[in-house]
Design a protein around this ligand. Sequence first.
Ligand SMILES: C[S@@+](CC[C@H](N)C(=O)[O-])C[C@H]1O[C@@H](n2cnc3c(N)ncnc32)[C@H](O)[C@@H]1O
Length: 239
Amino acid sequence: MAEWFETWFDETYLALYPQRDEEEAEHAAELIERLVGHRRVDRVLDLACGAGRHSRALAERWWTAGLDLSEVLLAVARQADAATPLVRGDMRVLPFADATFGLVVNLFTSFGYFDSDGEHSDLIREVGRVTASGGTFVLDYLNADLLSRELIPYDESTSDKRVIVQRRSISEDGLYVTKRISIKGEEREFVERVRLFSRAELQGMMTDAGFDVTSVIGNYDGSQAGDDSPRMILVGTRR
Ligand SMILES: C[S@@+](CC[C@H](N)C(=O)[O-])C[C@H]1O[C@@H](n2cnc3c(N)ncnc32)[C@H](O)[C@@H]1O
């Protein structure tokens, strides 16, 4: 059976989350630019680029390529910008030579999707392999502690004149959050399931993959991460 992340990221995903837009992506790109500072960056990889909103913002600053599994989202990205190279692939096995990129970004919780922790640590090792020494990795992840503490089990919102129902639950072992998304009046249900990694676990995986974690940011405004920050954005420098 297909994994949830192989089927969910399609036209419905884009239609239901229109707020995940260019403006939000521009804020993220501005933050990344500040984080990189004066370091020279020749090539950027937007890992799990989706419909390419960040790839386009990054390409205005540096040479950028994107990689994603979803053919549907890649087609949307290519229509918006034919110039940025976009590759279809699985982020667990990157089709790039060692030390290709000076900056790799994985944005908006595009991590934590797999069944085993080993797949996640292997993925970060792959990022370490394709990042040049002195290069930067930005892992933009959710704040798992906050999400668990303040879980919203049910909410409804309207998008595209459809009422979207979201039900969230945490697995008994506390390791995964599952979001079930449905549209009122329609039978289909979509599922997102993300591993709830702590800051220490993420930091450990990055360190093992050859990165020194230089800062942990809590929001796209660049503030430091704290207990109540919405995001957990880890910034690593490749040793
Ligand atoms: C939450 S979306 C974020 C997309 C994009 N970063 C953004 O912020 O608009 C997660 C993305 O991860 C991609 N993805 C999921 N599993 C993947 C995998 N194994 N390899 C590559 N991409 C994957 C999905 O297709 C989707 O585009």
